[in-house]
Each structure stands twice: as C-alpha cells, then as structure tokens.
Design a protein around this ligand. Sequence first.
Ligand code: MN
Length: 423
Amino acid sequence: MIKANNPNLVSWVTVPEHSDFPIQNLPLGVFKTDQLEARVGMRIGDSILDLKTLHILGYLENLPYNVSAFDSTSLNLLMKKGKLSARRLRDRVSDLLNLVNTELQNNQHHVEQVLISVSSAEVLMPIEIGDYTDFYSSKEHATNVGTMFRDPNNALLPNWLWIPVGYHGRSSSVIPSGQAIHRPKGQTKPNDDQAPIFGPSKMIDFELEMAFVTFDGKALGDTISTAEAEDYIFGLVLFNDWSARDIQKWEYVPLGPFLAKNFASSISSWIVSLDALQPYSVDTPSQDPEVLDYLRFEGQNSYDINLQVAITPDSSEETIVCNSNFKYMYWNMAQQLAHHTINGCNIRGGDLLGSGTISGPTPDSYGSMLELAWKGTKPVPMSDGTERKFIQDGDTVTMRGYCKNDKVRIGFGEVASKLLPSK
Ligand code: MN
C-alpha cells in the first residue's frame, strides 16, 4: 500500500467533516496571496501548505526537488521528476502533517509561515498545458449522440468499440475554475434549406469530463503500454469541456471539432494524484468485442469517482442536473494513453488528456445538456421555476467529484465557471 493512503492517518491540521481534502488526499496546486508571489502548495482541509517555504525551512530535504520546483507558477517542474519522486513528496508531507509526528506540528513559528487559509489565497491555473487531447470514451454518451443525430439502431460508429476515439484540442483556452467565459460567436446553419448565419451561439453546453495530466513520456517513436501507462499519469482534475452545439453541428464534417470546442475548457484547481485514487480503483466495464492486443490490460484500471453537475442561474439557487461516475467509462486511461502513443506520438509532462463526456446509464446521469434535455425536447427544470435546454447567460456551471469508501472520502473540490453574454 502507498504509505500516504493509510486510512487510519489523522492530521493535526483541522479538516472539516466531509471535506474533499483529508490527509489521505494532499493534491497539488498553485496559489498566491497578497504577501506571497505564486508558488506550489498542497491542499489539506481548508488550508494550503506552502511547499516553497516548507522547502526553504529544510523540511523537504532528501527529496529530488530543488526549491525552484516549488517556487514556480506551475507544477510542470514537478512532473519532470516522475512518479516515484511525486510519491515520495506526498509521503513526506503526509508524515509532517500526521498527528503523531511533532516535527513541524510543535514548531508554531514555522506552522504560521507554511499553513495558509485557502480563503486568503488566490488559487491559480496549476499547469502549463502543452498539448490537450480529448477522447470520446463513454459508450452511453456516444450511443446517446448517435441515437439523436444518426440512427438509433446503429448509434455507435463502426470504429467505436475498437478504438478509443479522440481528437487534438487546443491548450491555450484551458482555464482555471472561477474564470468566467463569454458566449462564443460563430457560423451556424439553423435551417437546412437556407444559407448559414453568423452570431452568438444559441446552444452553449457543458461536457462533464475528467482529465488526466501526464508526467514526461518517452521519446518520439516509442510507445507506452497499458501496463506502463499509470506510471505516466501525474493526476486528475474535473474538466468542463464547454461546447457550442449549433456551431459544432455545422462545422464538424469532415475533420471533427474546431471552433465549437476551442473557446474554453475549465479545470479544477487541485490535481489529485493517481496514487491517492488507488483505494477507489474498480474494474473497467467488460469490453465486447475483445480489444486488439495493444489495448489489453490487467487489473483494476477504472476509478469510482462520483460526479455531479449543478447550474446556478444569476441571483438564484443551484439545481443539480446530473449525477454520474467516472467508472462508467468504457475505455480506461491506460488504454487511452496506450492508444495515443501506439503510433510513436510522444507525450510530454503537462499534457492534458480529457475523458470525453461521462454519461451513465440513466437519464439523470447524462453528462451534457444536449443529452439531459434530449436535443431540446425535454427542458430541464430549475429550482427557480425556469427551465433550460442549454446554458443561459448568467448561469454558473459547477462540477464536483469525490471518492468514498467505508473509511475515507477524498475529492476534487469543484470546477465552476460563469457564462457571460457575447463580447
Ligand atoms: Mn469533450
């Protein structure tokens, strides 16, 4: 077992009940305050542990990181050192925060310097994303979309059960939780027998996804097997892959998503390590037909992560519109990474690989408004009496995720972003 995952650990740092961030989580992020410039921190309860100051004070010696890895506006330098180094860092911090360890706990002067209330900090974009890839790995989602737009009897395209289908997205517009976005404008074709028009999209949607961030991979030309894949995964975030359905419908043939997808994608602030998720690993859904050899895998490579989406209209209460789970994904992350590199494509530290919309088997577990409101035919009621077919100006979309077994709950916090009118 990974030392820091011990469910019996208790921290001397106060952790509120039902917090996503007990000592068994310790996700990494980047933050700043009025007094401190941007740096790397670890989240525990409602506090952030300042790893830069902790390093300067000598608590992170014998680890393979210079202070520059923590004195940084991103986590990318940490990713350069690989999985075992990241595990040692998390184990060391876990030791320092352990109730039975007085090393830091009893040095009040140091505690005051390294523990910062999250309410007094600004949490920043945690990674400099190199490349962003988005998959399409939920069978339920692909089936729903195929049913709506093509043929209910042949909802999945012929390649879907053989290939973890994906496309290359755009990293420049991946933004942190809390950053509002403007409704994009573009070309749409509302009437089949008329010319296309230009204007603000009328069908802004969220996509409930998770994304994983990679360590440095192998050289161009080499491949990462499913057995090796998890050694190259740094951690996971919640991911709202904003989409403009009307723009998408008109532009996507024949090369796939473009301007309908690249105007914004929002990620949660704290990167939860794959190590921390190990206690929640589960079997991947059975795959039929049997996959080609390079996509075969052993062990439990899927993760039981409860996911939720809420819509909060301007000056109103939130309505939960979706409850799904990461474990529904047909293709697991190891298969996605193996497929991505099977042609020799090189993955680099700080790449972001999205799961694709995560829909479950029931209508309340669909991961997009397109599916929840079934192409606008079943508007979704809000608690303020209004209803939604898609996202309206002023709405905030919030996604949350957590894992829970009989001993410990860990979570991702949230990714929340507000949709503003077109510029
Ligand atoms: Mn997507």
